[in-house]
Design a protein around this ligand. Structure first.
Ligand SMILES: C[S@@+](CC[C@H](N)C(=O)[O-])C[C@H]1O[C@@H](n2cnc3c(N)ncnc32)[C@H](O)[C@@H]1O
Length: 304
């Protein structure tokens, strides 16, 4: 079911909601951080569980997402604080708020359906829009600059490493060749170029041939892996004893980072891994919400 937010419907359905709620061992009165508050789907349920005395701190690097979540959380009531921030700066946010320890942190990383569904943000090749893809529109360079200026080697490495794209080099060459004739400024121009230079059979696969390249560019533009690498230790540090960190990731590079970080904490004797294997959505959830297909939830508990 769609939720009505900011005068429009939110397209975003929170992934693995029941598992997140039970894994975070929530009780009234706790302080909880949602580091990727998005459209407020998880946050709404968390706030209900910790109200009336508890406090939800919601961060997002996307100002538009914060407007959506504010509307949603206002309806719940309870105490919440929303901050425009990357979760890689979680320590600074807590210090400003004078909060030292929290019971739980949730990171539901990646992009929301509301971001994907807004053509002017340029995340999706399914609608025409500017090549932007920045989650924080006040920071960093839009995707169009990367596509216009990166070398064949840089583009190849981005497509290969962040998208596991088998035609990475071929697509990178085609971009560099094309842009000497005409700038590639829109999602459609990039999509059509990828369709032209990849083998015809690629077009009839399970996913569109532009999927991996768009994902790779988005990861690069937003430095998503860098943010996760910096954010995980800060989230873990913020936990009280027996507090829990839950991370939902959507591709193998992120999941590997999370898994390694958790093992490191376990080996240091400061964390207990709660999910020996990641929790994945049921067939039913995947059917109702195709975006959930690649989701993996891992949870760690701070032991000292
Ligand atoms: C998958 S959505 C989260 C959806 C949310 N859990 C819900 O139920 O509505 C991811 C959100 O996290 C934000 N985001 C991604 N990486 C971030 C980061 N490093 N710091 C802060 N926000 C981030 C995106 O802007 C997006 O709004």
């Amino acid at each position: 079911m769609k939720r009505r937010l900011a005068g429009a419907f939110s397209l975003h359905k929170p992934v693995l909601l029941d598992s997140v709620l039970s894994q975070l061992t929530l009780k009234a009165g706790q302080i909880v951080i949602d580091g990727t508050v998005g459209s407020g789907g998880h946050a709404e349920a968390i706030l209900k569980a910790i109200s009336p005395e508890g406090i939800l701190i919601g961060l997002d690097q996307d100002e538009e997402a914060l407007k959506r979540s504010e509307e949603c959380l206002k309806r719940v009531g309870g105490k919440f604080i929303l901050k425009h921030s990357n979760f890689r700066n979680l320590d600074q946010v807590l210090s400003i708020l004078n909060i030292h320890k929290v019971h739980a942190v949730l990171l539901d990383i990646g992009v929301s359906s509301d971001q994907l569904g807004d053509p002017k943000r340029g995340f999706s090749f399914q609608a025409e829009g500017p090549l932007d893809m920045r989650m924080d529109q006040a920071e960093g360079l839009p995707a169009g600059i990367l596509v216009a200026e990166a070398s064949v080697e840089e583009l190849t490495s981005i497509f290969r490493n962040f998208g596991e794209e088998r035609y990475a080099r071929k697509i990178a060459y085609a971009i560099v060749r094309e842009r000497t004739k005409k700038p590639i400024e829109t999602t459609r121009a990039l999509k059509e170029l990828i369709e032209r230079v990849t083998p015809a059979r690629y077009r009839y696969g399970r996913i569109h041939p532009a999927t991996r390249v768009f994902q790779a560019i988005r990861i690069a533009v937003n430095d998503e892996l860098g943010a996760l690498r910096e954010g995980l230790p800060k989230a873990f540090e913020a936990l009280e004893r027996n507090g829990r960190l839950a991370v939902i990731s959507f591709h193998s590079l992120e999941d590997r980072l999370v898994k390694r970080f958790f093992i490191e904490k376990k080996n240091l004797g400061v964390g207990a891994i709660v999910t020996k294997k990641p929790i994945v959505p049921s067939d039913q959830e995947m059917e109702a919400n195709p975006r959930a297909r690649s989701a993996k939830l891992r949870v760690i508990e701070r032991s000292s």
